[in-house]
Write a protein that binds this ligand. Sequence first.
Ligand code: 13P
Ligand code: SF4
Length: 303
Amino acid sequence: WPFHAPYISAINKLKKERGAVILAHNYQTPEIFHGVADIRGDSLQLAIEAARSDADLIIQCGVHFMAETSKILCPDKTVLIPDSSAGCSLASSITAADVRALRDQYPGVPIITYVNTSADVKAECDICCTSSNAVEIVEGLGVDRVLLVPDQYLAKNVAAQTDVEVLTFAGSCEVHERFTADEIRSYRRSMPDVQVIAHPECPPEVVAEADFSGSTKGMIDWVKTNNPEKVMMITECSMADNVASETPDVNFVRPCNLCPHMKKITLPKILDSLLYMQEEVTVDPLVADKARRAVERMINLKS
Ligand code: 13P
Ligand code: SF4
């Protein structure tokens, strides 16, 4: 990336001087993902790696809830996000008060929160999950009925894979809810040999049209393992861009949708973040203690 090269070398130099580690979600653009990230992955991998990291300074290239999760797991480290306005429609769909109301409405039913939520919401819930472990977490609790909030589509997709009754909330991902089953059927008609893989934040009728559904890591692993001639990744656009350089024989067919929040993170903002130590992510220590229990319970149940 000739245009990006000066930023990439300045960031990599400064990152070493500061002893920082750069975490990048799979939806970050290739110049960030391949150019400056030390650790790449889905939400679960980033949470685990943040906890394991020796570095005292974490630069989170992703959205705000991901940076908060790092801060919850590493309260003694400095966590910076290059643009703190990088939100998420799922995280903003539910508040701690909503969770308390659900507890009153469904006494005794465990509340699982998708990791795409604020620290306040995590603090009110019993355990977290990500798209890569949601079925295991739902089944691992050993009960007949759970609440899985806030993503109604993830919850319905999980419900289709288990005998546990999964109640949900009205949240959705503004990126994945835009895909339709009709559009996939029409692509299949014009390209019968295409393999379709979809993120579980897509509506169930979209997932039903897919050959595979999984977290962003699950989707990348599927492409690398199956090496399909032609694949359509029903998710955010940078996924195909990032995996394409590692799978030269695979032809990536669009559609894809951009996440406007993920795209707020850019190389110039990452450089500013390192230069000026901005923008620091803080979480109230009492909230962080309660939220940490939910995140650690997930990590422990999963491994
Ligand atoms: P993953 O955990 O699958 O990376 O998903 C995070 C996300 O925000 C998808 O929209
Ligand atoms: Fe949130 Fe959807 Fe963007 Fe993921 S893709 S960060 S769920 S808005």
